[in-house]
Design a binder for this molecule. Structure first.
Ligand code: ZN
Ligand code: ZN
Length: 264
């Protein structure tokens, strides 16, 4: 390495990949690292994780009144300020370092949220074709993969679900423009009924906004006899809980319709 390159790589300041502050080394500043950590000092519903005022209650009023088809919902932080910048940067810059930072947050806090009762199947959220077109890669798969590797250290038979036709499919059709590649790809999951029966499923996404992508997947898996279904994300949107109640209404109607047809 010549002296110019040496000076260039060692003394030129970097910028924090999240907030843009100038840094000497590292890629993420200590301010961001400290701010983007979960706060455990809030009293929350043990099922849906909604903050609740009454510290003597375990569950929020909604979860006390209704049966929700999801066992636990857990997330690292509120989607505002730094968190929203971080998640957008992670999704759209496709920086490996930010993806690692995000998956580290999920991994290091896993036990605090779920204890030693490790999941059997990890399923990353799928993206709409539109957002795949924008980004060209499934970032949730990277997040899920690191959680999967972590669990595998404790539980050898854990499964990471993959979408069989995407993204591999569009590598195979690399000669086609992305729009066509996506049109040809059906999003299928590589799980068989026997993989799912009596298993604990963990659904991983960057954000939870309405809960509808998890509920859609749950609807697809309804006949497979799994044991439980949990959601784990980096961020939660401000309106999540009111959105989620509406998504649950849609889900329940779909289920009713499905089973009434089934019984005819
Ligand atoms: Zn920063
Ligand atoms: Zn609740």
């Amino acid at each position: 390495m010549n002296i110019f390159n040496f000076l260039f790589y060692n003394f030129l300041p970097n910028n924090c990949l999240i907030c843009g502050r100038t840094l000497k080394n590292n890629n993420i500043c200590s301010h961001c690292e400290i701010s983007l950590k979960p706060k455990f000092n809030i009293n929350r519903c043990k099922l849906c994780y909604k903050p609740i005022n009454n510290k003597y209650e375990d569950e929020c009023l909604y979860c006390q009144q209704y049966d929700i088809p999801i066992r636990y919902i857990r997330y690292i932080m509120e989607y505002k300020e730094l968190c929203s910048i971080f998640i957008k940067q992670m999704k759209y810059s496709s920086s490996r370092k930010l993806l690692d930072f995000g998956s580290d947050l999920l991994v290091t806090n896993y036990k605090k949220y779920f204890g030693n009762d490790f999941h059997d199947i990890i399923i990353p959220a799928y993206s709409s074709k539109k957002s795949l077109e924008e980004r060209g890669f499934l970032h949730t798969y990277f997040l899920a993969k690191n959680v999967y590797k972590y669990i595998k250290g404790y539980k050898n038979d854990v499964i990471l679900a993959e979408y069989t036709d995407f993204p591999d499919n569009y590598k195979r059709r690399a000669h086609l423009p992305l729009k066509l590649r996506l049109r040809y790809s059906k999003i299928n999951i590589n799980l068989r009924k026997n993989d799912i029966i009596n298993k604990k499923i963990l659904f991983i996404d960057d954000m939870i906004t309405t809960g509808s992508s998890a509920l859609n997947l749950l609807f697809e898996l309804k006949a497979y006899g799994f044991k439980s279904f949990d959601i784990y994300t980096l961020g939660v949107s401000k309106d999540f809980y009111s959105n989620f109640e509406q998504s649950l209404e849609v889900y329940n109607k779909k289920m009713l319709k499905f089973y009434s047809k089934y019984n005819d």
